[in-house]
Design a protein around this ligand. Structure first.
Ligand SMILES: Cc1ncc(COP(=O)(O)O)c(C=O)c1O
Length: 388
């Protein structure tokens, strides 16, 4: 019996693999991007109440109506066009499903999709699952700027779409207006569909404000905007995401979603309404706490001898270990990540696993810091004890 050839193109996620390694070595897990602090109490209570009140059967496939209404209200404001709950919103099982169904809905076998690297490890598989071809365009360390000339150089007659993630995992970049203007030009010149992954839209630093690319006039009718609740509300295990798309795309996305998962968990969708209705003070407090975590993580990494640039958004730091005064500084990123988990007791992700491009991500590892300050302090003690 043979498995499909598609499965020769990608393997299981390195990030999830690193979490298993962390468990094996009892290491502090700064590899996979999930918080070790809990979901807000009102949101958990709303889920319990939804279950108690009998919201335990399938929701309408596109999403529990009050959640779609809430999302339509939020995204009408954000995108500047009339987002209709019955036409444009699809609630998915996480952003991952949102990306996979969106990519499948617009690409034919052999079509090409531009993906910036380093990239979250779901992006390339989403193209392979659609029998499409991911075309990688590098963001170069240390500033990881998005270069429109590089995008243009990657265009072929088969290019149909581009996948853009901002705020960006793993670099922490929030692409600025000049970089987005470059994306707009390339998208329009080549009649592309833009798919945006905005899962970190509420985790921003230094007063930055998130602007959805799909709100910009030339992109409105050709952008599929994807968001999620897992990161913002510390509930990655609830698997809740959503896709906001113009009608010509939404119909296909809904059909694929329907036959893939039928619907996201109904009581959790009901509680998501409570999450999205949290007062502004919740978001302010979350932003304050993330500034603290970022500052502590950067301080620890600098003291331990890593080279790292300051994230503008999201909760990751790519750090270069080549200058550490230890023999392991010459290891490959995978070897170094194994050494970190087994000998240092801190699990991280090898930097080159975010690239398919040859020669990129050398001597780098990714730290995820959505953790209690005490967890980060403990990780700091281990790093300083072992790497100095
Ligand atoms: C950029 C990006 N997109 C998507 C995901 C996956 O999102 P979800 O857990 O909602 O499927 C992640 C998770 O780390 C991510 O960093």
């Amino acid at each position: 019996m043979q498995t499909s050839q598609r499965l020769n193109l990608f393997r299981e996620s390195v990030i999830r693999d690193m979490t298993r390694l962390a468990l094996k070595h009892n290491a502090i897990n700064l590899s996979q991007g999930f918080p070790d602090f809990d979901t807000p109490a009102p949101v958990k209570e709303a889920a319990v109440q939804a279950i108690e009140s009998g919201l335990n059967q399938y929701a309408i496939t596109w999403g529990y109506p009050p959640l779609r209404e809430k999302l339509a209200e939020l995204y009408t404001q954000r995108l500047g066009w009339e987002v209709h709950p019955d036409k444009h919103v699809t609630v998915t099982c996480g952003v991952s499903e949102g990306i996979i169904t969106s990519v499948q809905s617009i690409l034919n076998p052999g079509d090409e999709i531009l993906i910036l690297e380093p990239a979250h490890d779901n992006f390339r598989p989403s193209a392979f699952i659609a029998n499409a071809v991911p075309v990688s365009v590098a963001l170069d360390a240390p500033d990881y700027r998005l270069d429109a000339a590089k995008l243009r150089a990657a265009i072929t007659p088969k290019t149909k779409a581009m996948l853009l993630n901002t705020p960006h995992n793993p670099t922490g970049r929030v692409f600025d207006s000049e970089e987005i203007a470059g994306v707009i030009e390339v998208v329009l010149e080549n009649d592309l569909v833009l798919i945006t992954d905005e899962i970190y839209d509420r985790i921003l630093y230094d007063g930055r404000i998130h602007q959805s690319p799909g709100s910009l006039a030339p992109l409105k009718d050709r952008t599929i905007t994807i968001g999620g609740l897992g990161k913002t509300f510390a509930m990655t295990g609830w698997r809740l995401g959503y896709v906001i798309a113009p009608e010509q795309f939404a119909l296909g996305i809904r059909t694929l979603h329907d036959f893939t998962t039928i619907c996201a968990a109904t009581p959790l969708q009901a509680a998501a309404v409570a999450a999205l209705s949290m007062p502004e003070s919740f978001f302010e407090e979350s932003t304050r706490a993330y500034h603290q975590r970022r500052a502590l993580m950067l301080e620890i990494l600098a003291e331990a001898g890593f080279q790292a640039s300051t994230p503008q958004g999201a909760y990751y730091i790519m750090a270069d270990y080549s200058q550490l005064p230890i023999p392991q500084a010459s290891l490959t990123p995978t070897e170094f990540a194994y050494f970190m988990a087994s000998d240092v007791g801190v699990a991280v992700v090898p930097g080159d696993s975010f690239y398919s491009l040859e020669g990129y991500g050398r001597s780098s590892i990714r730290f995820a810091y959505p953790k209690k300050l005490t967890t980060l302090e403990q990780a700091g003690e281990r790093l300083l004890a072992r790497l100095k």
